[in-house]
Ligand binder design. Sequence first.
Ligand SMILES: Cc1cc2nc3c(=O)[nH]c(=O)nc-3n(C[C@H](O)[C@H](O)[C@H](O)COP(=O)(O)O)c2cc1C
Length: 204
Amino acid sequence: MGTLKKPAETSAPIHDLIRHRWSPRAFDSRPVEAEKLRSLFEAARWAASSYNAQPWYFIVGTKDDPETYHKVLETFVEFNQSWAKQAPVLAVSVAKLKFDDGRPNRHAFHDVGQATAYLAAQAEALGLSAHQMAGIDPEKARKLFNIPGEYEAVSGMAIGYAGDPASLPEELRKRELAPRERKPLDSFVFASQWGKGLPLLNSK
Ligand SMILES: Cc1cc2nc3c(=O)[nH]c(=O)nc-3n(C[C@H](O)[C@H](O)[C@H](O)COP(=O)(O)O)c2cc1C
């Protein structure tokens, strides 16, 4: 079976990496090559961040380290566990909530998100997929991995080669095959006032 493609239907041209990235729930059992895994975190490393604080951390479990893999899986809510356990690599992102001088870093979660987005784009470039998850238990992650108090688990991630949608239960298979959807540009890009679309975006 060829890998399922779900290209974004766009109102303007965008880079192929962004057009083709999507979040599968079916994963192939094929392991992720070590050098590719390294590239994913190298891409995350080069994200921009407030004061270059780089507040991102990742806890990673691969299937060839079953103990860590299962600990990461346990931090996911049951629904996410049900499909993510197919993926050969699981991860939890963690934010450092304060700068080194002790001031709160209001953009810590933002910057962890940026690093994760870079990782996901790099995954797409390497033929891999990364599916992010809000459905995790941050306190469980704290306990299982001894995450210190000034850090907080942000999201889970399943990483691997997208698999056969037929491997999913029917409801998830339907969602896997559905087209990707987004709100229109004028619903979130504003100009003169909140809610007023940027006129430039409408000129063709
Ligand atoms: C921060 C974040 C949290 C998410 N949480 C979950 C989740 O807990 N479970 C899940 O199945 N998908 C989750 N997703 C995937 C989204 O549902 C998905 O990205 C969205 O529907 C858009 O689809 P696309 O990524 O294929 O374009 C999450 C995505 C992000 C970025």
